[in-house]
Design a protein around this ligand. Structure first.
Ligand code: HEM
Length: 472
């Protein structure tokens, strides 16, 4: 027995590696869009690694310190430690600026890839029985990712970021009855108070990442347990004959029937899928390095430390919060009302009630579009007028709401006031998605009718309705 075999046998005795080997042979369907989830996963890994680096230098405190770093305009000044430490980190710690930018862009890529991954799962119908639970876990992960971004945004304690995150404090405070306790727990009472930064820091570096890591373990565990969905096969799948020894062994395997949903056809997890994933990992790393190298992020030296007396001219949340900000901007304050002694403010309706309804609809979707039997194959979005229509309507809704979040820029571009654009934006948020649904539904239904008519022998003109699939 060679030394490497002895080492293998040592581990095998203890860990039953033969069984693990079987797991490594699990098939992973070779579909490019399935790699979006991996991009999200790798972005999270990079966020944790870069976050650890930043944690060595960041000071989660608003206590004043004398700044002695290299930014001339603040030298010798007394600054809140959080702000001063981020200045130090950016301009005096070797690679500090690069890692800070990397962390920033990884957060953006994390949220973007989660959004795209979610759309991929939606349009492929991969949320259907038995994967409803994983859809619910995934939606929770999406909310947690936004929570991580929000709490991180506040940490440099500069004038811009703390004013923007203060909007969240006001929204939390607007929740009837629970508002004050929630604001006290999350923000430590008033915003910003000396307790705010330590609270948000603890949430950002401990509570939320642990919840995300736990959620991810569950997400991946369910994925392995339930197997991955697979695109419809065009034909029966014959064993590959590439002339290698493995292929010779493969030849003894049976052909997989086109309809057989008890097995997944794809690349073995090891080594093939691992090699693909490694490429995705390094591409993610390279993309983030390029972004961090070339694109600056939030310039805190320009904004200066938080100043309770001042308000920056333009407050903008990150792009992924823009749709929520849009709700706040276009809902008129006159919508608020009283339920006995309880105030239901427009801020609560736009900042809490409406977003909660949106997320509730997302959570509930697999139970609305439900299946009695489990499905293994992904659906073709061009075969599902209702579901694809709903998906496109959802995207249009979020896009119009995001434009509403930038109503001031729109008004400026049109040479008018924000008041003048708010009502059209509110109407567009209602009419736009309905119109999008109508157009998509009609286009797909018509396409399917044409395809079904063309498929009939001799192009005869029988007027039977198109075949209804189980996706209807
Ligand atoms: C932290 C965020 C997330 C990460 C890192 C992540 C990662 C992944 C990965 C790597 C896969 C397998 C490859 C693939 O199908 O893309 C997957 C599958 C899946 N994800 Fe996620 N995901 C996240 C969030 C979400 C969200 C927001 C949803 C939906 C609301 C979701 C629903 C699903 C479902 C249903 C599957 C199974 C898909 C299938 O079998 O075709 N995930 N996820």
């Amino acid at each position: 027995m060679s030394r490497s075999q002895r080492v293998y046998a040592w581990f095998d005795d203890r860990l039953d590696l033969d069984e693990a080997e079987q797991f490594m042979g699990k098939a992973f369907p070779a579909e490019d869009s399935f790699l979006l989830g991996e991009v999200a996963l790798f972005s999270f890994v990079m966020l944790v690694l870069t976050g650890i680096f930043l944690g060595f230098f960041y000071e989660p405190s608003t206590t004043e310190m004398t700044y002695e770093g290299s930014v001339a305009q603040f030298q010798g000044e007394s600054l809140p430690a959080a702000f001063g430490s981020v200045l130090q980190l950016t301009y005096d710690v070797p690679f500090g600026m690069f890692i800070r930018r990397f962390h920033h862009w990884a957060a953006h890529l994390f949220v973007a890839s989660i959004g795209l991954h979610m759309l991929r799962v939606f349009f492929h119908g991969a949320y259907r029985n038995p994967r409803e639970i994983n859809w619910v876990v995934g939606t929770t992960l999406a909310i947690l990712a936004m929570g991580a971004a929000y709490t991180g945004y506040a940490l440099p304690f500069d004038e811009f970021a703390s004013t923007a995150t203060g909007i969240g404090y006001n929204i939390a405070g607007s929740i009837p009855i629970l508002g004050d306790p929630i604001a006290a727990i999350v923000f430590g009472g008033d915003f910003p108070s000396s307790a705010t930064i330590p609270r948000l820091y603890f949430l950002h570096v401990f509570v939320i990442p642990i919840l995300i890591a736990g959620g991810l373990a569950l997400h991946m565990g369910l994925l392995v347990r339930q197997k991955h969905t697979e695109a419809q096969r065009e034909d029966d799948v014959k064993p590959v004959d590439s002339g290698t020894a493995e292929a010779a062994a493969d030849r003894n395997r049976e052909t997989v029937d086109r309809e057989d949903d008890s097995v997944v056809v794809g690349l073995p997890a090891f080594p093939n899928q691992t090699a693909v994933s490694a490429v995705v990992f390094f591409l993610t790393l390279a993309t983030l390095s390029a972004l961090a190298g070339f694109l600056p992020v939030h310039n805190i030296a320009e904004y200066g430390p938080n100043n309770p007396a001042g308000t920056p001219a333009l407050i903008m949340p990150d792009w992924f919060f823009m749709w929520l900000y849009g709700f706040l901007k276009v809902l008129p304050s006159s919508l608020g009302f009283h339920l006995g002694p309880i105030e239901i403010s427009a801020e609560f309706l736009g900042g809490v009630a409406l977003p909660s309804l949106v997320f509730l609809a997302v959570f509930a979707w697999p139970f609305i579009d439900r299946r009695r039997d489990s499905v293994h194959f992904t659906a073709d979005p061009f075969e599902r007028p209702v579901q694809t229509g709903v998906g496109v309507a959802g995207v249009v809704f979020v896009m119009i709401a995001s434009i509403a979040g930038m109503n001031n820029l729109l008004a400026e571009a049109l040479g008018t006031t924000t008041g003048a654009v708010n009502l059209p934006l509110l109407l567009a948020m209602i009419v736009g998605p309905i119109a999008a649904f109508g157009v998509v539904h009609r286009a797909i239904s018509r396409e399917r009718t044409t395809a079904d008519t063309a498929a009939q022998p001799d192009g005869d003109d029988r007027t039977e309705p198109p075949e209804v699939t189980d996706d209807e």
